[in-house]
Design a protein around this ligand. Structure first.
Ligand SMILES: NC(=O)c1ccc[n+]([C@@H]2O[C@H](COP(=O)([O-])OP(=O)(O)OC[C@H]3O[C@@H](n4cnc5c(N)ncnc54)[C@H](O)[C@@H]3O)[C@@H](O)[C@H]2O)c1
Length: 255
């Protein structure tokens, strides 16, 4: 075993990835699998491609259809994971949605929907995972997917519900980290800038073009550029890191 495998290897660990059927979740699931973890994908819309990609990389994983806004479904999925894999060491709490709209056109129902998936959904997953970890004596690591939108307001597309949800994720993460610090369970958040995924591709081209001059690196990030931060946060090397938010945004929030 070489040095990097020794400090970042995940052999024998079990990692849950929500929203792992595409986009960032898919790439992180593959990265965790390549580092040696067994992957349980929780998503509402299938994960065949991801499972194939994991298999091609010599890893192993399975899919449990789950809507993260449904407490019973999440709880059942977590129990299945413990029954099947015997542990739950890592949770990449990633499932999310985005809605672009001018605030005066938005309805309270649309606002609630985004908060429900992005903030309440991540709460439901984190709470269920913490319960399982405590019951099984696991000192696990949870990464909540936030966004640079939790600290800045994106322009020119207006997305008040998304921005509010991600600010909530960052502070929920700090609150959970403090509350569970003594248990050895670590909870951090990740705040990417614009990353090339199906979600960002859904944004009209004229808006995406408007982002480029605002990003100091003048490009979008690749989902693969998030893998090293995730491997750090879930490793024992991050034993003193909890409640942190790691921003990976090509310098967007520097200006
Ligand atoms: N793409 C970006 O630029 C960017 C930047 C910062 C943060 N993020 C965040 O990263 C995460 C992943 O984004 P992405 O770009 O890969 O998006 P994506 O739309 O490509 O993938 C999101 C995944 O979440 C799943 N999902 C959505 N609602 C769900 C629910 N209720 N239950 C279970 N699964 C559900 C979808 O089925 C999909 O597989 C999101 O939380 C997003 O807010 C994305």
């Amino acid at each position: 075993m070489n040095y990097l495998e020794k400090i970042f290897g995940l052999n024998g660990k079990v990692a849950v990835v929500t929203g792992g059927g595409r986009g960032i979740g898919q790439v992180i699931a593959c990265g965790l699998a390549q580092a040696g973890a067994e992957i349980a994908i929780l998503s509402r819309s299938g994960a065949d491609n991801t499972l194939e990609m994991i298999d091609e990389r010599g890893g192993s994983g399975y899919y449990i259809k789950t809507d993260v806004t449904e407490e019973d479904e999440v709880e059942r999925a977590m129990e299945k994971i413990i029954d099947r894999s015997g542990s739950m060491d890592i949770v990449f709490n990633n499932a999310g949605i985005c809605m672009h709209q001018d605030t005066l056109d938005a309805t309270a129902e649309e606002f609630r929907k985004v908060i429900d998936v992005n903030l309440t959904g991540e709460f439901i997953v984190a709470q269920a995972a913490i319960r399982i970890m405590l019951a099984n004596g696991i000192q696990g690591s949870i990464i909540n997917m936030a966004s640079m939108s939790g600290s800045i307001a994106n322009v020119p597309q207006w997305q008040v519900s998304y921005n509010a949800s991600k600010a909530g994720v960052i502070h929920m993460t700090r609150s959970l980290a403090a509350e569970f610090a003594e248990t050895g369970i670590r909870i951090n958040s990740l705040s990417p800038g614009y990353i090339a995924t199906p979600m960002s591709a859904d944004t009209p081209k004229e808006l995406r073009d408007a982002w480029m001059p605002l990003i100091p690196m003048h490009r979008m990030g690749k989902p693969e550029e998030l893998i090293p931060a995730v491997l750090y946060l879930v490793s024992d090397q991050a034993g003193y890191t909890s409640g942190s938010d790691i921003v990976i945004d090509g310098g967007y929030t520097c200006i």
